[in-house]
Design a protein around this ligand. Sequence first.
Ligand code: OVM
Length: 404
Amino acid sequence: MLEPTTAAALPTSDADPFAPEHLRNPEPLHRALREAGPVVRLSRYHVHALARYEEVHAALGDWQTFQSGAGVGLANFHHEKPWRQPSLLLEADPPHHDAPRRVLREILAPSALRRLRETWQAVAEDLVDTVLAEQGTEFDAFDALASAFPLRVFPDAVGIGPDGRDNLLPYGNMAFNAFGPRNDLVAADAGRVAELSGWVNTRCAREALGEDGFGARIWAAADRGELTHEQAPLVVRSLLTAGVDTTVHGLAATLYAFATHPDQWQRLRERPESARVVFDEAVRWQSPVQTFFRTATTDVTIAGVRISEGTKILMFLGAANRDPDRWTDPDRFDLGRDPSGHVGFGMGIHQCVGQHVARLEAETLMTALARRVGHIELAGEPRRHLNNTLRSWASLPIRIRRAA
Ligand code: OVM
């Protein structure tokens, strides 16, 4: 029998994963953390970190030991006041988590999204036609496609009105920054918290929502007694928080992947039915959501390392998604692999409830693009937008050749 590793033997890193250099280029830190051991102490934040697939996957699957109810950011909600009322989904544990989750799962199930496919495909075709006609063969794919497309289809699907939709990305950016430490990125958002929260919260009211969207369906579930009427607006808020920035930066990751892997674009063009798996491989390869915390509900041992109750544990989804012990040639964006099992959408009871929405957006947009574009390449240096949680983009200059 091996003795449990003592605290002294626990590998420790003083790296700040939320520092600009690591947010801009996370792979070197991810590699170092994976190689340091199955559990690493991050001395700067008094937290533990998991960067290997096996441990991240196991911890995400064990909500009893690694809870979300104390918040999935650095702040422990049992000791610090959250910046907003906690999410009923993301920041809750069973049993409270279960009713909101069940309601949203049904509203966002693949069968429930079928009615959207045709419309979204038509919007995607129209968007790509317009971009090619107006902007020619060189343009910023972040603005023109990755952010334009979700902003055209998703708020309509939720049922929010046309005004103020430009608040959606800044609100999500703020929410994803808030999972990190109170660094310069959080400070930069501070002046807009009240304004953006006020706007989003008013969009969640029943009267603010169209009759046939996801939002109205959430309220209808409350009328059927599946949720309380107090819970309904908070569940709508989850859609508006988690549904925009994630898909925008996920689509940007997908476009970046193709602009840097022309052979994979050819592969998609030859096999258009693979448009669906494309997004999962891009999510594995880039991990648009890089990290989430959990909190130990009890003293627990992971791979021989003892962790005491109340400890925050940082899960490096992006590092797990490129763990060479789990993936062959992990740094390669490869449509030939099976990316299933990646933790880019999380794993377990909190696994992204909107993933079918995201996949449908990706599938319709990439299909429209593959029908018209024979080749994609970078036309300049892509620019990252720094965020404490999201691997996000400011611009993605591309050059395309039209398909013959
Ligand atoms: C939420 C939520 C869910 C997932 C991610 C997220 C800001 C938020 O329920 O509000 O990130």
